[in-house]
Design a protein around this ligand. Structure first.
Ligand code: AMP
Ligand code: MG
Length: 393
């Protein structure tokens, strides 16, 4: 049985960045750029006035000079500025040749068709010279940039509408269990509703992924095999339940028949020991525990890392914080304990919200992180520091 660290390392080793695709800037938000983006021209493309005011010459500092004209943003004007005059100019307009500085409107006194200029004028003040922000051909967004709203602004500036980016993986979910009532049906006294399917869809949605195939199947070998076949085109398949050692836990055998190679099966952790990772060609298949909390941890810790890797991103950060309540592990396995992390001036404070079992999502629903409690039945007392990983929301 692998340790959680070894299983995590295996996930990062087996998951590979997906081949880049050309997508619209809108679709690229949150994706990793696969090629550098360079400037199509100098930015700004012309000496740009940074303030509403007057384009002036230094020689006229402290003098009153006539206003020879006006230049609004976006207007091309054929005027050359000479000593002894100034031109009214608006923010974003092109400074006329001969401009040495722009004086803010608030810093002059207008007297009819003339303005009294301040005594102090700094060279180049309030002018962004051509190319001062970015040179034509300069790499503005390197490979590996995650397309953010600011990156979208850069792309829009350059007139780029389609970008090569590493896509999000396509996803199918399969929830298994003959005890699961059909969607929309009243469960019998010995049935339950499928909560793993909606939870996995929500976890995927938080990462911007739509589970385009979501199936629920009973514990029947053929049905599981059919579901795997129906998901064969997807980059990633999550199959929850039936992964353990019960008589009707067909998933490991079905994966074998399906032709998938098992990378690992079972991880020394609580919750979520019956975790399985398999690969078929370029497809990754996770077998997740049916127990809802184990299923959640399996996604939070392992599936999310695989998704980030497939998207060309590093794993999510692990933090440290102070325990507000002593934890006494009941097994020697590594524990991932749901907890509420809150930020204070002293750093992160961690209030454990343990479920009563790995089926119990009800206590855990108030949590926003998992504490990483190392293996060994060693109590960790209140006030000590532990590692934790935050949920997305
Ligand atoms: P299994 O991993 O199939 O042995 O299931 C372990 C526990 O999780 C059992 O109590 C199942 O009833 C429960 N379970 C399995 N699948 C689901 C599901 N989709 N939604 C809620 N509970 C489930
Ligand atoms: Mg089951």
């Amino acid at each position: 049985m692998l340790t959680p660290e070894a299983a995590f390392a295996k996930v990062l080793e087996v998951a590979r960045p997906l081949p880049p695709r050309r997508v619209t800037v809108r679709e690229a938000l949150g994706l990793v750029l696969a090629e550098p983006i360079s400037a199509d021209r100098d930015y700004p493309p012309f000496p740009r006035a940074m303030m509403d005011g007057y384009a002036v010459r230094f020689a006229d500092a402290g003098r009153t000079v006539p206003v020879a004209g006006e230049i609004a943003a976006g207007r091309q004007v054929d005027i050359e500025l000479a000593d002894g005059s100034c031109i009214e100019i608006m923010t974003g307009a092109c400074c006329p040749p001969g401009t040495q500085a722009v004086v803010q409107k608030e810093h002059v006194r207008r007297e009819g068709d003339a303005v009294a200029l301040p005594a102090e004028i700094a060279p180049g003040q309030h002018i962004a010279s051509a190319g001062s922000e970015c040179r034509r051909g300069q790499e503005a967004l390197p490979v590996g940039t995650i397309v953010s709203p600011l990156a979208a602004a850069v792309l829009a500036s350059f007139g780029v509408e389609i970008v090569p980016a590493i896509p999000r993986p396509s996803l199918a979910t399969i929830t298994t269990g003959s005890e699961l009532a059909a969607h929309g049906e009243q469960p019998t006294p010995v049935q339950i509703r499928d909560s793993n399917g909606p939870m996995l869809a929500a976890l995927a949605a938080e990462m911007g992924i739509d589970a385009s195939i979501a199936m629920t199947v009973p514990d029947r070998f053929e049905d599981i095999l059919d579901a795997l076949a129906a998901a064969a085109e997807k980059d990633l398949v999550l199959i929850a339940g039936g992964v353990s050692v019960g008589t009707y836990d067909y998933v490991p055998r079905a994966l074998e028949r399906f032709g998938a190679e098992t990378i690992f099966h079972r991880v020394a952790q609580k919750p979520g020991k019956p975790l399985l990772l398999a690969r078929k060609g370029g497809q990754l298949i996770f077998g997740l525990p049916g127990n809802p909390l184990g299923c959640h941890l399996g996604f939070h810790r392992y599936v999310a890392a695989a998704i980030r890797r497939m998207e060309g991103k590093p794993p999510a950060e692990v933090y440290r914080g102070r325990l507000l309540q002593t934890i006494r592990p009941k097994t020697g396995r590594a524990h991932f304990v749901p907890a509420q992390a809150s930020w204070s001036n002293d750093g992160w404070q961690l209030q454990p919200q343990p479920g009563v079992s790995s089926a119990d999502v009800f206590h855990a629903a108030a949590a926003n992180c998992y504490l990483h409690i190392p293996p060994g039945p060693v109590e960790i007392t209140q006030g000590n520091d532990v590692e934790f990983s935050l949920f997305s929301c």
